[in-house]
Design a protein around this ligand. Structure first.
Ligand code: 0O3
Ligand code: SF4
Length: 345
């Protein structure tokens, strides 16, 4: 873990360089990495590009990512969020969210002649492909994930008769496999790493021949954000996680912070949701954000904290992320021809 010694400029804006605060001992530890991952960045840009290229309305099946601010901002620009493809008018354009969709949803869209842009994160698609591969080899697939979560519905939908969901510890005993030597576990991408490994150990007690996924399903971004919050949590009286209540990975950061020794931790969408009583007796505040959270919301929180005496900000860096994904293929061509300008004909 490394840390910089940032601060706040005289205008009260949090900065990563500078200092000059009175010695109250009050400080903020700011996790890095935090916020947007490559899959979220790509999905949000996909909706923005679709709006630029084709104009409003652009339909989006489910929330493009689980963040209130992102969804509201895109809604203001002309995106229409629907729960199901059946709500999209015949022939219209629909974007599938970063969490992925089952083949049934693709088929429904085709039936309704919808134009589609698939913003499923490539790392979610990777898990879909694993399900297909192991289903084809006739494995029973134990999918560790949260019941009712969109990603799990999409992933399980690749092979519904071969996949069984394992959410809570009590689900382990309910699993029924045909051949204990042909069983594999896979997972949702945004789970707690430690809790997932607990679940795997419980499953392996029942099925010693349980196979591991070919590569980690919990993605780099989920893992890195948990490592960063773990590094700072033992020093924090309070950890504030910016993220929405339906964001799995953001909620996990609160749990991970508490387990790693933070005295208190809360999930907030906006700085204005901080309850000032949380700050009573607090010296060190940890700040981080989920993978679907734009960093301006974190900056707003730092400004809010600075106004209350927490102007010193030390960034706690546990990894430097450089991953970026290409736009969904449906947009790549359109963006290229837009960049080339109008053709002369
Ligand atoms: O899956 P989760 O509820 O954490 O979703 P978010 O908050 O939109 O974050 C992005 C994660 C994702 C699209 C699937 O991995
Ligand atoms: Fe992709 Fe991971 Fe981000 Fe989900 S959290 S969108 S799997 S990079």
């Amino acid at each position: 873990m490394s840390s910089a010694s940032p601060g706040i400029d005289p205008a009260g804006t949090p900065t990563i360089a500078g200092s000059g605060e009175p010695a109250t001992g009050k400080r903020v530890l700011l996790a890095k990495p935090r916020g947007y991952c490559a899959g979220v960045d790509r999905a949000v840009i996909a909706v923005e590009k679709a709006l630029d290229l084709y104009g409003a309305p652009v339909y989006v099946r489910k929330e493009i990512v689980h963040n209130r601010h992102v969804v509201e901002t895109l809604r203001e620009r002309g995106a229409i969020f629907v729960e199901e493809t059946s709500e999209v008018p015949e022939g219209a354009l629909v974007v599938f969210s970063a969490h992925g969709v089952s083949p049934m949803v693709h088929a429904e869209a085709e039936e309704r002649n919808l134009r589609t842009i698939d913003a499923t994160c490539p790392l979610v698609t990777k898990v879909h492909k694993e399900v297909n591969r192991f289903a084809k080899d006739d494995y029973d697939i134990l999918l560790i994930g949260h019941e009712g979560h969109e990603e799990v519905e999409g992933t399980a939908g690749e092979a519904p008769d071969k996949v069984q969901l394992v959410d809570k510890a009590e689900d382990v005993g309910k699993v029924d496999v045909r051949d204990p030597s042909k069983v594999i576990w896979l997972s949702q991408t945004t789970l707690s790493v430690d809790e997932t490994m607990e679940r795997v150990d419980q499953l392996r007690e029942r099925f010693p021949g349980l196979a591991d996924p070919p590569s980690d399903d919990i993605c780099y971004a989920t893992t890195n954000r948990q490592v960063a919050v773990k590094a700072m949590a033992p020093e924090c009286d309070l950890v504030l996680v910016v993220g929405s209540t339906n964001s799995s990975n953001s909620k996990r950061l609160v749990e991970v912070a508490l387990k790693a020794g933070a005295r208190d931790a809360h999930l907030i969408d906006f700085a204005t949701e901080v309850d000032e009583t949380w700050l009573e007796g607090v010296v060190t505040v940890g700040v981080t954000s989920g993978a679907s959270v734009p960093d301006n919301l974190v900056m707003d929180l730092l400004t809010w904290l600075a106004a209350r005496g927490w102007g010193q900000v030390d960034e706690v860096t546990t990894a430097n992320e450089k991953i970026a994904f290409a736009l969904p293929k449906e947009l790549r061509k359109a963006v290229k021809s837009e960049a080339a300008g109008p053709s002369e004909s």
